[in-house]
Design a protein around this ligand. Structure first.
Ligand SMILES: Cc1ncc(C[n+]2csc(CCOP(=O)(O)OP(=O)(O)O)c2C)c(N)n1
Ligand SMILES: [Mg+2]
Length: 340
């Protein structure tokens, strides 16, 4: 933990209300089931796209979704299944976009690298490591100029903290007190490189002190603690108290992409993380602590399974975009396109 005292005054007391607990579990279960199905579909050649698994991030993303409203903006990465679902993008629109089909959130023309869904506040996803941070800083400047009240969050990996754009965005956000939450999804790996092999200090939250920015580090396998810390950071942003850097410590439970070998990951480390698999662990905690009735959890599981099947069936029977649609939604002034 680093400067926990900076964020904590805003931390909500107690547990999230029942509806929020149920929604968090629904998101986590949806993500776990969809992730597995997407990897299978990609391997079978039915989803001809790179898919970046999110297993391990379920609790972090469910917590983030629970503290943001649809008016708040989110910028994510290529590893965005959990972020998009948690932010409220309909699963059909997410899966159709992964398949490059017309009903996708970017009309099937963006794929996982370029998703956008206005009604839920998902502003962009990016394929270039670290490139979402300056975009989010711009959105946060917009929110500030609009008079405040709206928070902006950006998610990125641990590896992104070694990219120049990360430092530029951190610097400006702190200097201008932007309403921005930097959510570092530290899964301990950047492709095939473990964090200790590329970062001289693996305490990533401590770097925020160099920008005089509030920061916290949290166990990302604990969705309730993550909800508290992210909730406090979002509250700071809304209150005009400036940005917060939150390092959510998790572990990547499968390979970098759906097809990548991950036998290089130390088995003991991976097994320890798998023993804390977010959705089943949260489910057991909800049931054992009498927070949500087991029958209700069964109901959620059933609805999630049906919803995931529906989203893949929907996507795979939807049309691809027409070639002529390639210039639509790209240029505000279409003279150049139409003049050709
Ligand atoms: C600027 C840039 N350099 C390299 C890559 C190739 N690349 C894609 S994902 C990745 C790993 C990034 O690791 P991290 O930021 O920890 O995110 P994770 O994939 O673990 O979620 C790399 C190097 C890229 N997309 N962009
Ligand atoms: Mg990583």
């Amino acid at each position: 933990m680093t400067d926990t005292q900076l964020a904590q005054p805003h931390a909500p007391a107690g547990l999230p209300p029942l509806a929020v607990l149920e929604r968090m579990y629904e998101v986590m279960r949806t993500v776990t089931v969809t992730d597995e199905r997407a990897r299978a579909e990609a391997k079978a050649g039915r989803m001809p796209a790179a898919f970046y698994p999110v297993r391990g991030l379920e609790g972090v993303c469910a917590a983030l979704g629970a503290v943001l409203t649809p008016d708040d903006h989110l910028v994510s990465t290529y590893r965005n299944l959990a972020d998009t679902v948690a932010k409220g993008v309909p699963l059909r629109a997410v899966i159709a976009e992964l398949h490059g089909r017309v009903p996708g959130s970017s009309k099937g023309k963006g794929g996982t690298m370029h998703m956008h869904h206005d009604p839920s506040g998902l502003m962009a996803t990016t394929g270039i490591v670290g490139s979402g941070l300056p975009i989010a800083a711009g959105l946060a400047l917009g929110a500030q100029l609009d008079g405040g009240g709206r928070a902006v969050a950006v998610t990125f990996g641990d590896g992104a903290t070694s990219i120049g754009a990360y430092h530029e965005a951190m610097n400006l956000a702190a200097l201008w007190h932007l309403p921005l939450v930097f959510v570092c999804q530290n899964n301990m790996w950047a492709e095939h490189t473990p964090i200790a092999a590329y970062a001289p200090s693996t305490a990533l939250a401590e770097r925020a002190a160099a920008y005089n920015m509030a920061a916290d580090a949290v166990d990302g396998f604990d969705p309730i603690e993550t909800w508290r810390v992210l909730g406090a950071a979002v509250a700071r942003a809304r209150a005009g108290e400036g940005p917060t850097f939150v390092e959510c410590r998790t572990y990547r439970l499968v390979g970098h992409t759906s097809s990548a070998d991950y036998s290089y990951m130390p088995p003991a480390e991976l097994d320890a993380a798998l023993a804390r698999d977010p959705a089943p662990t949260f489910r057991a905690w909800l049931a054992d602590g009498d927070h949500v009735a087991p029958a209700r959890l069964d109901e959620i599981d059933k609805a999630v399974d049906t919803g995931v099947d529906d989203a893949f069936d929907f996507a795979q029977s939807a049309p691809h975009p027409e070639p002529g649609a390639i210039y639509d939604d790209v240029f505000a002034d279409r003279t150049w396109v139409e003049g050709r």
